[in-house]
Design a protein around this ligand. Structure first.
Ligand code: ASP
Length: 417
């Protein structure tokens, strides 16, 4: 008998865990449900520990390999800065879409159960103070301590700086560092893939724990949360990005989407931008007619650092968790921190399934939420991962179309060579 695909396994795990938890909740009586809920939480916690275990090395090698992959980027300066600008603008637009969606729908304030009531935990310093703290984090006084803690903002900043200066050093140094980064990344990807196979079991226990102790109410809140993510993603993919393609690339967004559909569907079912990359390049070049020198530059970099869907999802998820946790919306200063850190988290996420979930630690940490509070959204992550990965790939493809148009006819190539 063929084993069902991973996302089906996860769905089954989720359902089974939910049913088990509900059974304990209904028939177990207070003490028994609490006891077993705690045990399930511990078992599911093992899966969360594995995710935490790979987080730091995965981020470091993925980011370094992406930046170092630029190779002799000197003569690609202009394309590089345009590409980065495109990544930055679209990711910020995606995050803002998420913020607006959460503000309108308020998915975590719909009467569902609170995880913890600790209303004093938010507030504190003003925007300036809070942002300055993040800037300080970008300059780790002791990088080793940042890796051990781990402080993800510091880790990302240091890794980018390290890779950029390795490129500057050039020659043998750059080559060796790149080989090391690529090799490490390959191993970390393999390890993460292996851990993700355990997701059905992890999800089973975590959902069972949640439903055993909190009842089915939680799914009411989760459905509002899922709807918020879905609506915001749909808006970004169907309104914002097509408008950019129409205005800057002067293409029909619909026809471009049709050309990209094999890659978009593969992204959806694999939940991996990296896995989809060869197909994305093929569609961009052969079905949409974008030049190879643009596609081969914009797409691999995009698969690593440009993740609009992930950025949007991170922002919505953390704001949702905060609403559940504190029982009210985060103050504006903290929402600004969420924007900034969601951007960095999306840049730091590897293009593999559930990477965004791992990276969310950055944002949770920045707004003072415990890492464990993430458990509540884990159950529905896979399906949201599929959706956000398609948006990630779609944004990379739109970026290639935009940069290709901005490069103009083949003149820059003659200049460059
Ligand atoms: N799965 C996503 C991707 O590969 C990353 C994420 O988890 O958000 O693009």
């Amino acid at each position: 008998m063929r084993t069902p695909a991973l996302h089906w396994q996860i769905a089954i795990g989720m359902l089974a865990g939910g049913l088990l938890g509900v059974a304990f909740n209904f028939w177990g009586g207070d003490g028994v449900a609490e006891l077993w809920g705690g045990r399930f939480q511990q078992l599911g916690g093992l899966f969360l520990r594995m995710l935490k275990m790979v987080a730091v090395p995965l981020v470091v090698t993925s980011l370094a390999s992406g930046v170092l992959g630029l190779g002799g980027a000197a003569h690609l300066g202009r394309m590089f800065s345009r590409t980065l600008l495109y990544y930055l603008v679209t990711s910020m637009l995606a995050i803002l879409t998420g913020l607006v969606a959460v503000a309108l729908i308020r998915p975590g304030l719909g009467g569902g159960p609170r995880q913890v009531v600790a209303a004093d935990g938010v507030g504190g310093g003003g925007l300036g103070e809070v942002l300055f703290e993040q800037i300080e984090n970008l300059i780790p006084a002791n990088p080793l301590a940042a890796f051990i803690e781990p402080n993800f903002l510091s880790i990302i900043a240091f890794t980018i700086a390290f890779s950029v200066f390795a490129l500057h050093a050039g020659g043998d140094v750059a080559r060796r560092v790149r080989t090391a980064a690529d090799t490490g990344f390959a191993v970390m990807m393999a390890m993460t893939h292996a851990i993700i196979r355990l997701a059905p079991l992890g999800v089973f226990f975590l959902v069972a724990a949640t439903t055993a102790t909190q009842g089915t109410d939680v799914f009411v809140s989760l459905s509002a949360y899922m709807l918020t993510v879905a609506i915001a993603l749909a808006f970004h993919a169907c309104v914002t990005l097509p408008a950019i393609v129409r205005m800057l690339a002067r293409r029909s967004p619909w026809r471009f989407a049709q050309a990209m559909s094999p890659a978009l569907l593969t992204a959806f079912s694999s939940a991996s931008s990296n896995g989809t990359l060869p197909l994305t390049m093929e569609c961009v070049e052969h079905r949409a007619g974008i030049r190879n020198r643009v596609g081969s530059f914009v797409l691999p970099l995009g698969a690593t650092v440009n993740m609009d869907g992930t950025a949007l999802y991170e922002a919505v998820a953390v704001l949702f968790i905060a609403q559940m946790h504190f029982g009210r919306e985060l103050p504006l200063a903290q929402q600004a921190v969420v924007c900034l850190t969601a951007l960095l988290a999306s840049v730091g996420s590897a293009g593999i399934p559930h990477a965004g979930l791992v990276m969310m630690a950055i944002i949770l940490q920045a707004v003072g939420l415990p890492a464990e509070s993430q458990g509540i959204i884990l159950a529905v992550d896979r399906v949201l991962d599929m959706a956000r990965t398609s948006v990630n790939v779609w944004s990379d493809a739109c970026g290639a179309a935009v940069i290709d148009a901005l490069e103009g006819p083949d003149a820059p190539e003659a200049e460059a060579t």
